[in-house]
Design a protein around this ligand. Structure first.
Ligand code: AGP
Length: 602
């Protein structure tokens, strides 16, 4: 998610906003910029990459400024695409966090305007420019309100105008927090931006509009002034960067409902039963496909295993999944009828980059599913679908796994509809179920304390085994990996039917078995594998679709009935379980020993 900071007042405006961006760096970004109002002019400086070497505008007599750290969603991370964005007359500066779904339609209305970036955000200053041309007597609050009423999607927006010493801010779906001290007023996407100046903050609600001046902040709702509750932040800055969570990983586990809504935003047409991933293929190509190959590593490999089963089921296509480090191009297959998909959160994993390069050299069509706009993998493939999870700071993947799986589910629907193997009604059902996943995950997050208690109960186990069938199998693998990665505990995932073919020899009363028992993964068969383990004394912890009558478990957690994505919802239990085991063991959860967030070596 992008970082926003705005200030108007008698303080050192440029320094306050520049330091605010530095305080927001933890959010992850790939470009940045500041617009300053000084002596009736707007001065703007931007940079691609880090703000370490960034020189903010030099502006004596500055009275207000807005700044932004950008996490790209539309357009690569370049200086041109960095915020703030300006109108034709350089008299209006705008910074934005979120996704404006209808920006192409709005941009079409602005064809007489000059655009310099590839971003969705840039339509906003030009819409404001037009609104003032239509009626110059409007206030900035009135114009920003009318313009943002036309935006679809999610946004947190700050506007700075050359002709007045006021910042106007509004939001819908992306956070904005307000503050005021004796010298001036602050607005930001997150508290750490200005926590050093004031701990008294107010949170803007969706649809509200704030007008910041040196003297204070007026907030409007439907054109009427409203009072916001003032809260006192008692976090220290470092804790505030984690929004009060003890670790980035736990924050990112809890961000999953928001991240998944972002993945889905603007891509689902549940009426038509279609998915729009902004990718296109030559006529006949998708019909001629014989195979989809996935190449990935680690958690992304498990997401690919999950996605491959969906592609096979919905698109009637052979789907093969390769560990990127083992990929040889699928010897003997016809590359002209093969689509090779790189699944990689960072977009930089060397094993995956090498594998997708082999596929491209063989002549296969290539697609990337990644979280980082402009990452290396996006330049190595024909097309890219972004998972839009926002920055993932914890070394162990959490929200990115869910976002990858949801994105691959959309890819499967897209392929099935394009190939005519998925009916409109079946697609509509799948799309509806996708839409219910964020809320189902929130239900799991709401019972985190019960998971913590279970983690504490089995903390001293010698090993943990995870089992599941069908797409419950990759979830079991991912659950085991989390526990290994952050708790340093022996854990293994198995296909449930495999337990009796060897691993059962490891099962004792000291090795809890955690099983995915969701409706679509043959729970009536998996429960027998659970019984095999229980017969050896193993404690049985299970994740069961609500309403299923499975009463043999020592500990049972309910998975909301959301259909095909239930194992993905069950995975949140496994994330929380691993987190709380690691936390009870006082592990450095965000930075596990020996591991890196992006493995760029072979
Ligand atoms: C997962 O928790 C690990 N961080 C690791 O397995 C990771 O998934 C793997 O290195 C692949 O990274 P990528 O998704 O950035 O390619």
């Amino acid at each position: 998610m992008c970082g926003i900071i705005g200030y108007v007042g008698a303080g050192d405006v440029v320094d306050i906003v520049h330091q605010g961006l530095i305080n927001l760096e933890y959010r992850g970004y790939d470009s940045a910029g500041i617009a300053v109002r000084a002596d009736g002019e707007l001065l703007v400086e931007k940079t691609a990459g880090s703000i370490d070497a960034f020189e903010p505008p030099v502006a004596d007599g500055a009275t207000s400024a807005i700044g932004h750290t950008r996490w790209s969603t539309h357009g690569p991370p370049t200086e041109r695409n960095a915020h703030p964005h300006l109108d034709c007359d350089d008299s209006i500066a705008v910074v934005h966090n979120g996704i404006i779904e209808n920006y192409t339609e709005l941009k079409a209305e602005l064809e007489d305007h000059g655009f310099v970036s590839e971003t969705d955000t840039e339509v906003v200053p030009h819409l404001i420019e037009d609104a003032f041309e239509d009626d110059p007597d409007q206030s900035l609050v009135e114009v920003v309100s009318s313009v943002t009423d036309r935006l679809e999607g999610s946004y947190a927006i700050c506007v700075l105008r050359r002709d007045e010493d006021e910042i106007v801010a509004t939001r819908d779906g992306s956070p904005l927090v307000l503050g005021h001290d004796e010298d001036g007023s602050f607005v930001a996407s997150d508290v750490p931006a200005f926590l050093e100046h004031t701990r008294e903050v107010s949170y803007l609600a969706d649809g509200q509009v704030a007008a910041l001046s040196a003297d204070g902040i007026d907030v409007y709702e439907a054109g009427e002034l409203v009072d916001l509750e003032v809260e006192t932040v008692d976090w220290e800055p470092e804790a505030a960067q984690k929004a009060g969570y003890d670790h980035f990983m736990r924050k990112e586990i809890h961000e999953q409902p928001t991240a998944l809504r972002q993945a889905l935003t603007g891509r689902l047409d549940d009426e038509a039963g279609e998915v729009d991933l902004e990718v296109s293929f030559p006529d006949g190509y998708l019909d001629s496909l014989e195979e989809v190959q996935f190449v990935a590593a680690g958690t992304s490999y498990y997401a690919a295993l999950f996605g491959a089963r969906l592609v096979e089921s919905l698109a009637d296509l052979r789907a093969s999944v390769f560990l990127a480090s083992e990929y040889d191009g699928g010897a003997g297959r016809d590359p002209w009828r093969t689509l090779t998909v790189a699944v990689t959160q960072s977009g930089e994993t060397k094993d995956t980059m090498d594998a997708i390069g082999v596929a491209a050299d063989l002549g296969a069509g290539t697609l990337a599913v990644t979280n980082v706009v402009g990452s290396s993998v996006t330049r190595a493939v024909d097309q890219t679908v972004y998972i839009r999870a926002g920055p993932e700071i914890g070394v162990a993947a959490s929200k990115s796994f869910a976002s990858q799986v949801m994105t691959l589910a959309m890819v499967a629907i897209f392929l099935g509809r394009a190939r005519g193997t998925l009916s409109r009604s079946a697609a509509r059902r799948r799309i509806d179920e996708l839409g219910s996943v964020p809320g189902a995950i929130q239900q799991v997050l709401d019972v985190e304390e019960e998971v913590r208690e279970t983690a504490a109960e089995y903390l001293d186990a010698e090993a943990f085994f995870f089992i599941g069938r069908e797409v419950g199998y990759p979830v079991s693998l991912e659950g085991a990996l989390k526990l290994k990665e952050i708790a340093y505990v022996h854990a293994e995932g198995f296909a449930a039917g495999e337990l009796k073919h060897g691993p059962l020899a490891l099962v004792t009363e000291e090795s809890p078995v955690l099983s995915v028992l969701t409706a679509g993964t043959a729970p009536e068969r998996t429960r027998h594998n659970v019984a095999e383990a229980q017969a050896r004394g193993a404690p049985a912890i299970g994740f069961v679709t609500e309403g299923l009558d499975i009463d043999q478990l020592d500990v049972a957690f309910t998975v909301p009935d959301v259909g095909w994505m239930e194992p993905l919802v069950a995975n949140v239990y496994l994330q929380l379980f691993a987190y709380h085991v690691a936390n009870e063991l006082d592990r450095p959860i965000d930075k596990p020993r020996n591991l890196a967030k992006s493995v760029t070596v072979g």
